[in-house]
Design a protein around this ligand. Structure first.
Ligand SMILES: *Cc1c(COP(=O)(O)O)cnc(C)c1O
Length: 489
């Protein structure tokens, strides 16, 4: 229950103070010690509050937030898993957090070794030949990757002719956006009735003008593209390159490697799969891995082994240049390194197996109450519910159900995405949840399906347990009010 105290934001009372400053011991009249031009004519407009008011204010604000340390957060495609605090400790070690990017190489050998070893491990995990750690997020990795594809075609004298990037309709929304920002025409291929890329439709659009294909795998339906080798053959056969959106590598660690499937370039989201709290906008990291033929195009600098130490190599023959200041979001790299080292190869494999098991467990438990397209085949790390039945029969939309879940203490899943499922609700439980949490979520969803039938009217004002109910989310994101302003009223 929210106490009244939490709801009153304005706490300032004229004349109230939280500190007592020592008496001024400078001789003379303090009010005339400073020249006139430096002196205020009015007191600053600051909140006038006692210490306990301040402590309670910020503590209460922190409790209005919802985070993965607090409850279940099945936000599909985002992999909002628990991040071990050990990785936070590693990122805060002063040898990592107190160094400067312009320091001499010999004074930052530990940081360089960490980047070198992390690249090597990520290459091993993905089967790629080289890796850049510069991109600051997944979408930034995509842009880097597509620039690499472009540079490759340019080198071959093919840039003017290869103007199209193929993107399946089950891809993550950033894929077509990236291709378009990089100057390509986006050609969409439809999914077949099994939720996979339609091979015949693909063959029909591949040709001499194909620069490449961007494939999200598992796709946004949570399904593994089972014809992936054939897709690779078709696109390579036409001289195009293959881009693997590996943001959701959580589903495949230790199972398959994009490099082995013939992919030329991929990105990972360290802030999803490899620890680092995210949400609220950052910081992230989207390393990009490449096959042998794209190695000369990587952004510089790359960390290389030299003598008995490490150094930065700025001299790659066909580098696309820098994509980020300095070396990327270094703190995120440290967390990923600590995560991989503490998990080990077996731990990573087990994480993926449990992520997939948890998703399938929930999917099977819910298929009686909700329409779940493709639930006859196992999903990977996530699956998509359609709220169409509740929408059409009870007038309760997916948005309504998502809001109602908040009353059950659950962060809503991703909604209305992917676009190819009506009233979509994309559920990704992640591997870090225990069976009791999964069962509580299942119970909440079943309760919600029941409420939709029996008392649909309660949905319209849900959630009831939060300070604010239905926000204008777009405005809240675009015009956030982040500063205290004096209440003149
Ligand atoms: C999250 C995600 C992205 C984008 O990553 P950002 O770090 O948010 O830019 C791209 N593709 C897929 C499949 C994703 O899940």
């Amino acid at each position: 229950m929210l106490s009244q105290e939490k709801l009153i934001f304005e706490k300032s009372r004229k004349g109230r103070v939280g500190v007592s400053l020592p008496r001024c011991d400078v001789p003379g009249d303090p009010s005339t010690l400073l020249p006139e031009s430096f002196r205020r004519s009015e007191a600053p407009s600051l909140p006038e509050v006692s210490e306990v008011d301040v402590v309670r204010h910020f503590t209460n604000l922190s409790q209005l937030n919802f985070g993965v340390d607090e409850g279940f957060y099945p936000l599909g495609s985002c992999t909002m898993k628990y991040n071990p605090k050990l990785n936070e400790n590693a990122a805060r070690l002063c040898g990592f957090s107190n160094i400067h990017p312009l320091q001499a190489e010999k004074t930052v050998q530990g940081a360089l070794k960490l980047m070198y070893d992390l690249s090597t491990m990520l290459c091993e995990i993905t089967g790629m030949a080289g890796m850049t750690l510069q991109p600051a997020a997944g979408a930034h990795g995509e842009l880097t990757g597509v620039f690499l594809i472009k540079a490759y075609h340019r080198k071959n004298g093919d840039e003017g002719k290869r103007t199209k990037i193929i993107v399946p309709d089950s891809a993550h929304g950033t894929n077509p956006a990236t291709a378009s920002v990089a100057g390509y025409d986006v050609v969409e291929v439809a999914s077949n009735d099994r939720g996979n890329v339609d091979i015949e439709a693909l063959k029909a659009v591949v040709g001499e003008d194909t620069a490449g294909i961007m494939l999200t795998n598992p796709n946004t339906l949570g399904l593994f593209e089972k014809d992936i080798l054939e897709i690779a053959e078709i696109v390579h056969g036409a001289g195009g390159l293959l881009y693997y959106d590996g943001a959701n590598a959580n589903a495949i660690l230790g199972k398959i490697r994009p490099g082995d499937m013939g992919f030329d370039v991929l990105h990972l989201n360290l802030h999803k799969t490899f620890s680092t709290p995210h949400g609220g906008g950052g910081p992230g990291s989207g390393p990009v891995g490449v096959s042998q033929r794209l190695l000369p195009f990587l952004p510089t600098p790359v960390v290389v082994e030299k003598g008995d130490g490490y150094s930065l190599d700025f001299d790659l023959s066909d580098s696309i240049g820098k994509v980020r200041s300095f070396y990327g979001n270094f703190g995120v790299l440290v967390r990923a390194y600590a995560y991989i080292m503490s998990m080990g190869a077996e731990g990573l494999l087990l994480a993926s197996e449990n992520a997939v098991l948890n998703a399938n467990y929930i999917m099977k438990k819910l298929e009686g109450e909700f329409d779940i397209p493709f639930s006859d085949v196992p999903c990977k790390h996530e699956f998509v519910i359609s709220g169409e039945k509740q929408h059409d029969e009870n007038g309760v939309s997916t948005l309504d159900m998502a809001k109602r879940l908040i009353d059950h203490g659950v962060h809503p899943p991703t909604i209305y995405f992917p676009l190819i499922v009506h009233e979509a609700m994309m559920v990704e439980p992640t591997e870090t949840e225990g069976k009791e949490t999964l069962d509580r979520f299942v119970d909440a969803m079943i309760e919600i399906a029941k409420e939709a039938k029996e008392k649909p009217e309660i949905f319209h004002d849900a959630p009831y347990t939060t300070v604010v109910s239905r926000l204008d989310e777009t405005r809240a994101a675009r015009k956030p009010v982040l500063r205290w302003t004096e209440d003149k009223g």
